[in-house]
Write a protein that binds this ligand. Structure first.
Ligand SMILES: Cc1ncc(COP(=O)(O)O)c(C=O)c1O
Length: 408
């Protein structure tokens, strides 16, 4: 609009005035389109939003209305899912170190629990859990950052194949309904190679279970993992292509082993909400630090988006209030925290930034605010959902009083 960035029919400047900055702006149309893409690509699968990507009761309600459920990995995430009135039949409970309270809460709502350790068999049965999957670690190295690989040999998640088989046998003996297997190989996957290998491996493992235990998985939960593109030189994989490739591979691999086709569960997080949001920051200091680096300091940083520090994640940015102006130079975007590493973007071309400009950073919907902290006693930002020219607050901005309110 007149050279100004608009989201959901609203000017960035208006959103910033009304809700303050930093501000996470989620586009409802994009969220719904991503949810529908999963449902249409896999109408028979149970699709679960991975709550850790961005815990939000409002988003969960939107997803629930589209027929999605939730994958949760803590009592807190389960509380979000229950607050959104999701039934236990559409909740899967994870965790590599579940507490008794988490198992009891999962049992109470009738959720499907993913066993992740040998001692969880008896603990889950004692807590009253009825339906379970067992998480297996196939020893497959997904092509992604080390910190978000989860199925490699030595991973803290799941059980090695031989122990998985033992756990399945013990869970059946303990009276649990062992519905199937779970695997999640990693996050921000931008190619299908490792996923295809995983499906082939799982089918062979299912055949081994049939031989060894006389049991085959009726449910196969393939986890999440589809990545999103943050910068132009990253590849883009769309939901339909990704899901179709998985479905085709499952069909072929299961047929090859003459196994009954399992019911699929998918647990996307990032690919549902990652590119559905941008963050609006207010520009403060613009400082030429060396011959090669001019910093643009924003009013947020690693406390609202720690992904650059954790995973070397890259982002791009634009000046939201002067989006039609040509970029003239390279800048580094840094936050306001007391860490030299608090750099959100190492290099981005922008029109000459000035104090008071609004900087928009796209594709910040996943693992940002949900992974945020109060470092430097900075209150966490607000999030809004925009659609058709209207915005509603889905998470209020924290205040300094919230922070000191925790003091004993
Ligand atoms: C068990 C499990 N399922 C699903 C997800 C969601 O992954 P993504 O956001 O990459 O789709 C994760 C992410 O870590 C996970 O650990």
């Amino acid at each position: 609009m007149d050279g100004e960035l608009a989201v959901g029919g609203l000017r960035a400047g208006e959103l910033a005035e009304r809700f303050g900055t930093p501000l996470f702006v989620y586009c409802e149309e994009t969220v719904l389109a991503r949810a529908r893409a999963y449902r249409q690509a896999a109408p028979e699968a149970l699709v679960l939003y991975s709550v850790k990507a961005f815990p939000s009761v409002s988003l969960l309600r939107l997803f629930a209305a589209e027929g999605l459920g939730a994958d949760v990995s803590t009592l807190g995430e389960l509380t979000f899912a229950r607050r959104a009135e999701l039934p236990g039949a559409r909740i899967v409970v994870h965790g590599n170190n579940k507490s008794d309270a988490e198992l009891a809460a999962a049992a109470k709502c009738g959720a499907l629990v993913v066993l992740d350790a040998a001692d969880e068999v008896d603990r889950a049965a004692a807590a009253g859990v009825r339906r379970v999957l067992v998480r297996v670690t196939p020893g497959i190295d997904a092509e992604t950052h080390d910190a978000i690989k989860t199925a490699h040999h030595g991973s803290k998640f799941g059980l090695p194949p031989d122990e998985t088989m033992v756990a399945v046998g013990e869970a059946i003996a303990a009276g649990l309904e062992v519905q199937g297997l779970h695997v999640h190989i990693g996050s921000q996957l931008l190619d299908l190679g490792a996923e295809r290998m995983t499906v082939d491996w799982l089918a062979a493992f299912a055949a081994a279970c049939r031989k060894g235990l006389g049991w085959t998985p009726g449910v196969v939960d393939l986890g999440g993992g589809l990545g999103v593109r943050h910068v132009e030189d990253e590849p883009a994989l769309d939901i339909r292509t990704f899901v179709q490739a998985l479905l085709d591979r499952v069909e072929r691999a299961w047929e090859l082993h003459d196994l009954p086709r399992p019911r699929l569960v998918l647990e996307p997080g990032r690919s549902l909400v990652g590119d559905a949001a941008c963050t609006l920051y207010r520009v403060g200091v613009v400082k030429r630090a060396s011959e090669t680096t001019t910093y643009v300091a924003i009013d947020g940083g690693m406390s609202d988006n720690p992904r650059p520090q954790l995973y070397g994640a890259r982002y791009t940015a634009l000046l939201a209030n002067r989006a039609n102006e040509d970029a003239t130079s390279w800048y580094a975007v840094c936050g306001s925290h007391c860490e030299s590493g608090d750099v959100l973007i190492e290099r981005v071309r922008l029109p000459e930034p000035r104090r008071g400009d609004l900087l928009a950073v796209p594709v910040t919907g996943a693992y940002t605010l949900g992974m945020g902290s109060n470092y430097n006693s900075v209150p966490r930002p607000a999030a809004v959902l925009v659609a058709g020219g209207a915005a509603r607050l889905v998470r209020r901005r924290e205040t300094e009083d919230d922070l000191v309110g925790l003091e004993a």
